[in-house]
Design a protein around this ligand. Sequence first.
Ligand SMILES: [Zn+2]
Length: 468
Amino acid sequence: MTPDLVIRNGRVVTSGSEAMADVAVKDGVITQVGGDIPRGHEEIDAAGKLVLPGGMDLHVHLSPVNLPDRQLAWADDYTSGTEAAAAGGVTTIGDITFPIPGESLPQAFDRAVETASAQTVVDFALHTVLLDPSADKLPEIAQLRERGARSLKIFMHLFGFETRAAEYLRVLAQAGHDDMLSLVHCEDSCVIGHELEKLVKAGDTGIENFPRMRPVSSESAAVERAIAFAESADAPIYIVHLSSARALDAATSARRRGLPVYVETRPIYLLFDESRYQSDTPGLYVGNPPLRSRSDVDALWAGLAAGDIATCCTDHAPWKREQKLAPEVDVTMTRPGMADLETLMPALFSEGVLKGRISLQRFVEATSTNAARLFGLYPRKGTIAPGADADITIFDPHLTKPVRGAELYSRAKMSLLEGVELTGWPVRTISRGETVMLDGEVLGKPGRGRLAQPTDTPAFASPQAPIL
Ligand SMILES: [Zn+2]
């Protein structure tokens, strides 16, 4: 059998192994790793490079939110967002999919699959947002699962969560029953509302006061409550974008008690601290929750190194610079989110691996393998092994270059790392055997991305899963 593609002379790194090995691909699937491999139709020399499982950024916003009271249209759509993914070595994205008013969960999912299938450059998963926790909507969760979804998203600080908390607890229980993982945005709306009221009364509405509005107590209260709900519901939860040491401590002790509580953080909480709100451009750093103290940053790196934090995903929610810095933006009207899908892997490698904060294997787990495990996509995604999709990032660990927002594929055309020299960049991104990025240029065409198909055993169903 002649392989379609052979990647030679690279150092193959997966969760749990690292070795010089050649990789053979046929029909978009990895057929052999190591050993003698005959000449392929296409040969790639990866000497001096790392051969990594393609990145899995399973928390991004590439579709607009259409709610009765507001519309949030981020700068990227499925095409520009997945071009940014391919440019950054990411071969699977997970989009937060909001139903439009009147749509059921499966209707929203089906609509998004159709749009994303026509527009994406790399593969995708969808986390459908549950906005109505009514009892008669609960059967829709199983309908999502029948369609290949393994997750749904709930927000604790929005959409009347506080007044319908008992119903949301039943949602978690139903999701657990249906083997679905609930992504939970953990911030407490009472605390945020009260802090905002104090800021408005004091006339401190400038955006530099943003962190005062959403203090650590708001996050830790919500994380504690989400954990208690998960325990009562006997259901797994995935805490998105965790930002503080206190919240991490709560999640870690829950995990040590045996609860299926998984933690994601995002690059901004590892790269920056709250002093950025005292800069000339505090608005650029607005994300929910806010940047935290230096000791929180250190705690998150330690949590990532120890495996207490499972994943680092971006929550890519791109705005243009002028939108982030618009004069109307203050604590009463924020534009949370930033574009960093394209720099996820270089930033985490440069600041994490090269600075000795995390191992190379932990880097692979945090940017790829663990997300695949948690969302039921492993071992088809998230590893380099026979039978896996040939989603591979060839990564040059010595390439140093500055981040230039204007050169990014994201339509935000800006980066919080503007001008920062990062070392370690993807030089080729391969999606199901096809090169979709080469030397920074995206070659993959919109419409080739597919809904990532789940395997039968999500990690949270197995107490032996390595990240537990
Ligand atoms: Zn998000």
